[in-house]
Design a protein around this ligand. Structure first.
Ligand SMILES: [Zn+2]
Length: 526
């Protein structure tokens, strides 16, 4: 079961109280009694009705409702009242809840081990579904395993989001000549990848690769390194998406980053320490930066910044003490997060305040660049890159959205990035990312209004304020000392629906907790 504060909220809801979010926008209808049953977790249902929901469409238009969403055979059959004679097999009462499109997480890694220690694959899949990810784009995993997971997710024999694989299989036979690179791209296509994951390359090789990728109709995601090619090169060559933040500022420097002579790119402390100085280099030329962003917009390059994966660098004490670690941090991941120069991203050995301060400033300039890119019409997407640097799968995703709000975007825009923009990046915008009739029924039923607080999307839930048992706006007329004012755990997603199949988030999280407990018990007996 869930912990006590959550129980309290659940009990309030069961007693007929509703979330009074945004002044009670969701309370316009009296619930009608019907015979249809609550859906069964992870079980295919032919006709599913979501009743009395506020709807966030996905394209940054304001929410509307309350209304119904009818789902049939995995598709959205109708948004609005159920057609006459259409009887649902199961029904979700969404009174006081918000329905939005499922999230497309554009940057994840499928993992069933960390640092060679096994970790249940289901742990990661449950967490992503619980955080509302209905589609995940893997950008680097073990190919043989990953293609099996993708197939099982597609035929619903695995409880998991829809999986897309952008892999590095193209480089498996060498990547140091143009001919090898082209051969590798054709090989990857035959193997059945959904796209290519690229990292820093010399310009001539990048040209060959991008040319062949276009011929083969493959999308591309590049993690630019400190490298000969920058975001300018990749935008010129028509890459689909730029991951992280590297390469963008590099294209805007008058010269290169001022690395000290002892800098060693194979040393994780050097690498991540100096990465936090990239956007604050004195030779960063703002006009050049704007020009690079313009080029990215012009050539329709998506930017998946993965802001959340680096935040530990600006506040490591916060990162090490996230409240959901208590019940939901698997011991394998816990071990991997410990400072150790051998583990990618575990670079917090003697991390200093000065390093954090530089990272904080780095974030400010980086976020300004993101804001400029977005305002100019650039497509930003949401990806969490979790499994590294104190970021747990899915928890990183909601944090990513919180940080995009910090970068200056309205929550409606942030949700668009997580849905409509994500769908465009993977070429599925004709069937994913909107609460639209005929689209795939990938939907979230959220406890409360995520536009009021994106943190409601956290699988752990979040603190909300209740007055006399009803959740209220904390800017409401609350009086200090009033005993009717209480802090309770609220929020969370109640149902994540993928391909029309409802997944009950509290059940997913209960399973996650059990996996963590089992892992800890095993470790204790060793
Ligand atoms: Zn990554």
């Amino acid at each position: 079961m869930r912990e006590k504060p959550r129980m309290a909220t659940a009990a309030l809801l069961a007693a007929g109280f509703v979330f009074l979010v945004n002044g009670g926008a969701a309370t316009g209808q009296t619930p009608t009694m019907t015979a249809a049953k609550t859906p069964v977790h992870a079980k295919i249902v032919k006709r599913l009705l979501i009743r009395n929901a506020m709807v966030i469409y996905g394209n940054a238009e304001p929410a509307f409702g309350p209304t119904s969403v009818c789902i049939e055979d995995g598709k959205i059959a109708r948004v609005g009242g159920a057609p006459r004679g259409w009887t649902p097999d199961a029904e979700i009462d969404a009174t006081g809840k918000y329905v939005m499109p499922g999230i497309i997480n554009g940057h994840i890694h499928l993992q069933d081990e960390r640092g060679g220690i096994p970790q249940p694959f289901q742990y990661e899949m449950n967490l992503y579904l619980a955080a509302g990810a209905t589609t995940i784009r893997d950008v680097g995993a073990s190919w043989e395993k990953a293609k099996e997971w993708r197939a099982k997710s597609a035929d619903h024999s695995l409880v998991a989001p829809r999986i897309l694989l952008y892999e590095r299989t193209w480089a498996s036979r060498g990547s140091h000549t143009a001919a090898l690179v082209r051969e590798g791209v054709r090989f990857a296509k035959e193997q059945g990848v959904d796209g290519l994951k690229l990292s820093g390359m010399d310009r001539d090789l990048a040209e060959a690769l991008m040319d062949e990728a276009k011929k083969q109709g493959l999308r591309t995601a590049v993690h630019i390194a400190v490298d000969e090619t920058t975001a300018k090169d990749w935008a010129e060559l028509g890459v689909t998406s730029i991951e992280h933040f590297y390469g963008v500022a590099d294209a805007a420097l008058d010269g290169i980053q001022n690395f000290p002579p002892e800098h060693n790119a194979s040393n994780e402390i050097h690498r991540f320490g100096r990465a936090g100085e990239l956007y604050i280099q004195p030779n960063l030329n703002r006009q050049k930066l704007s020009a690079v962003l313009d080029l990215m917009v012009k050539n329709n390059v998506f930017w998946c910044p993965t802001l959340s994966i680096y935040v530990a660098s600006r506040d490591v004490i916060r990162a090490q003490n996230q409240p959901w670690f208590k019940d939901y941090l698997h011991p394998t991941l816990e071990q991997y997060f410990r400072p150790d120069m051998r583990n990618h991203g575990s670079y917090f050995l003697g991390w200093t305040n000065t390093q954090e301060v530089r990272w904080k400033k780095n974030y400010q300039v980086w976020m300004d660049a993101l804001k400029e890119f977005g305002v100019k019409g650039g497509n930003i997407t949401v990806g969490d890159d979790a499994g590294f640097i104190y970021s747990i799968y899915g928890f990183g995703q909601v944090h990513e959205m919180e940080l995009l709000e910090e970068a200056g975007f309205h929550p409606l825009e942030v949700i668009k990035m997580a849905t409509v923009n994500g769908a465009k990046m993977i070429g599925m915008e004709d069937r994913l990312g909107r609460v639209r009739q005929g689209f795939i029924a990938d939907l979230l039923v959220v406890n409360g209004n995520p536009l009021e607080n994106l943190r409601l999307l956290n699988p752990y839930g979040t603190d909300v304020v209740a007055y006399d048992g009803k959740v209220v706006d904390n800017y409401g007329p609350l009086v200090p000392g009033d005993p009717k004012v209480k802090v309770v755990r609220g929020g969370g997603i109640e149902w994540t629906i993928k391909d029309g199949i409802p997944y009950h988030v509290p059940t997913l999280m209960k399973e996650v907790k059990a996996m963590v407990e089992e892992g800890r018990a095993k470790r204790a007996t060793k």
